[in-house]
Ligand binder design. Structure first.
Ligand SMILES: [Zn+2]
Length: 395
């Protein structure tokens, strides 16, 4: 079983690139997944003295070259941290560690602030405070340029694209305040985007977008008001051909983003994403399987998550059915905030449970496990992970 570890450039800058990569290599990792850009974060590191790294709107963390970009220019956090990237690339090469670019896509509030027209627009008309839309041509061009810039400067083996699909409108990064119950159906519909680009793409597909938007908002409002007839509402929506088409369009925009990145850097590096859609209950299994297969074919590696065994099995089965199956990789995360329940439960469940979860992932055909995240974990946790991986049985 191959292992990689996620890491932050600010941790490498603070702790020392040579020292940190030396420790990572001595643990036996094959590669690092180094953040090239990032979303808002409050990250607590126990290494080298407690440290809270905080950034409110996200930024770019490598020495991006502005002239290579179109309308959206990279917002570089600071030269001090960006300098860690070339240092890390050199040191990784010297140590024989692979270098992956951990690349955030749609969860980029700083882009949304600089270019409000790139924001995802919620069905009821408000702009997302944190997300941009994959259908927007400038957003896609920016990400292709970003990956191209990285590929030209560094010897990158893999671009791991994070968050190519919309995140939930109430993602818990900015004290969301929902005092109403959002049913699963309302939540599913709330992922849709009604930005100008998405609406014009919908109209080009022959959809009466204005009428559709009214139906979607009406359904969300009825769900929140707990009006009776929920089952009938869900059935009517699942039979709404315009809604199905609009939803598929929305997902395909993210697929196009992946394709555009592959078009730019696919000759030099693999490109992966985790593309489990939030629409399975609406679209039905066959349509959703087709979309997931589309993502698998768009990229050159598939990323899963140890916390999602059902999703991992589904992706593995669909991957096995294509003519050139992609390598399967899975993230292992133990976020211990009580607000991130499933990860916290797993983290608290001990070494046996970790081994069991990792073995389930290995049994599904995953041959790379990526530990999140070197700078945020004490060394004992890194050793426990590597010890568990050493015990895995792979066919
Ligand atoms: Zn949109």
């Amino acid at each position: 079983m191959r292992t990689t570890t996620y890491c932050y450039p600010w941790d490498l800058a603070r702790l020392g690139v040579v020292r940190s990569l030396g420790e990572i290599a001595s643990h036996g990792f094959a590669a690092i997944d180094l953040a090239a850009n990032y979303h808002p974060i409050d990250a607590l590191s126990p290494r080298g003295g407690l440290n809270l790294y905080t950034d409110a709107r996200g930024a770019v963390y490598f020495p991006a070259r502005e002239t290579l970009y179109g309308r959206i220019k990279p917002f570089i956090h600071s030269n001090e941290i960006a300098r860690a990237w070339p240092e890390a690339a050199n040191e990784a090469a010297r140590l024989g560690l692979g270098l992956n670019s951990w690349t955030i896509t749609l969860f980029q509030p700083w882009i949304r602030d600089a270019h409000p027209d790139c924001a995802r627009v919620l069905p009821w008309g408000d702009r997302s405070g944190s997300g941009v839309c994959a259908a927007n041509a400038d957003v896609r061009a920016y990400h292709a340029a970003l990956c191209g810039d990285l590929a030209e400067q560094f010897d990158i083996a893999l671009f791991r694209l994070e968050g190519v699909l919309s995140h939930t409108f109430d993602l818990d990064w900015l004290r969301p305040r929902n005092l109403v119950t959002i049913s699963p159906l309302a939540r599913t519909l709330s992922n849709l985007c009604f930005c100008e680009t998405c609406k014009s793409r919908g109209r080009a597909s022959g959809i009466d977008v204005a009428a559709l938007q009214c139906r979607v908002v009406g359904a969300i409002e009825a769900e929140i008001a707990a009006e009776p007839g929920g089952e009938g509402r869900a059935a009517a929506l699942a039979a709404d051909a315009e809604l199905i088409s609009y939803t598929e369009n929305h997902v395909r925009a993210s697929m196009e983003l992946v394709q555009e990145v592959v078009g730019r850097v696919g000759h030099a590096a693999r490109v992966s994403c985790n593309a489990i859609t939030p629409y399975r209950s609406l679209l039905g299994e066959a349509r959703d399987d087709a979309l997931l297969t589309g993502f698998i074919l768009a990229g050159t590696q598939v990323d899963g998550n140890v916390l999602n065994p059902a999703g991992n099995s589904l992706a593995a089965a669909l991957n096995a059915a294509i003519s050139s199956p992609r390598p399967l990789s899975a993230l292992y995360v133990t976020v211990r905030n009580p607000t991130v329940t499933s990860a916290a439960e797993m983290a608290g469940a001990g070494a046996d449970r970790m081994l069991q979860n990792l073995q389930t992932t290995a049994d599904a055909g995953y041959r790379e496990l990526s530990l999140y995240n070197f700078g945020l974990l004490p060394d004992a946790d890194v050793r426990a992970f590597m010890d568990a991986v050493a015990q895995l049985k792979t066919a």
